[in-house]
Design a protein around this ligand. Structure first.
Ligand code: BTN
Length: 247
């Protein structure tokens, strides 16, 4: 089944990722999508909340059964699919902020949360959760996010058709998922670097191993880890091992 060929549309749920997990456990097929209008417990990365107010955002999850065990580039492939979908539909180029933030004009307009289930070392399924702020106005965001978050209607244009946007993103997800399954990692890495907010040589302030340190951005390695030169030494960080404070 192609991605998005079967769509479960529901008005409200706790989290489309959680619902997609339930569907996976009840025998749903690869490519099935869950989309809702409102999430009561929308999840962001690092245990954060994803504010998912009714009708404003596009909140959807895609169920996949990847045949390769190393999933580290799957979130990057999903970011590229969203970028191409938004470009095709809205003619706006999203920048990608490692590991999974989607940025327009310096504002975070969306993010991706990939979650996978394993039995021992065996992968059962992966869920790609995509959250896009579409119709939000500045006041729709909690106070602490009002200067860093934005929406597609704030930055691109008004009256966006969310359903159509999701459909186009699914088409590009099909393309990048196939690239991922064919182990064409260099293609994913090249496209991601081209779209990245960070450029080689940028100075980043980060929290790593409990300390605030400065490092020079040296790119991403083939496992999608960030390479930083800190005190003349190159170190590779997984997304969970580092928090970027500023560039
Ligand atoms: C991030 O923190 O940037 C990732 C946000 C991902 C949010 C989406 S909305 C659809 C799916 N369901 C969730 O609970 N989270 C993801």
């Amino acid at each position: 089944m192609k991605i998005g060929e079967k769509i479960h549309r529901i008005p409200i749920c706790s989290s489309t990722n959680d619902l997609a997990k339930k569907l996976a456990e009840r025998g749903a097929e690869q490519g099935e999508v869950v989309v809702c209008d409102e999430q009561t417990k929308g999840k962001g990365t690092k245990g954060r909340t994803w504010y998912s107010i009714q009708g404003k955002g596009l909140y959807f999850s895609i169920l996949l059964f990847p045949s390769r065990p190393d999933l580290s580039l799957l979130p990057l492939a999903a970011s590229l699919a969203v970028r191409e979908g938004v470009f095709t539909e809205l003619n706006e180029l999203i920048s990608l902020k490692w590991p999974n933030d989607l940025i327009v004009w310096g504002l975070k307009i969306g993010g991706i949360l990939c979650e996978s289930s394993f039995s021992g070392r065996e992968l059962n399924y992966s869920i790609i959760g995509i959250g896009l702020n579409v119709r939000h106005k500045k006041d729709d965001f909690p106070a602490e996010l009002q200067y860093s978050a934005g929406s597609l209607e704030m930055t691109c244009r008004e009256k966006i058709d969310k359903e159509r946007l999701m459909f186009v993103i699914c088409r590009y997800m099909e393309k990048w998922y196939r690239t991922f399954l064919k182990n064409e990692d260099h293609k994913i890495m090249k496209a991601y670097q081209e779209a990245s907010c960070y450029h080689i040589g940028d100075k980043l302030k980060v929290v790593a191993k409990g300390n605030i340190v400065s490092g020079l951005f040296k790119g991403l390695d083939m496992q999608g880890r960030m390479i930083l030169e800190i005190n003349g030494r190159k170190e590779h960080f997984l997304s969970g091992e580092i928090r970027i404070l500023s560039s």
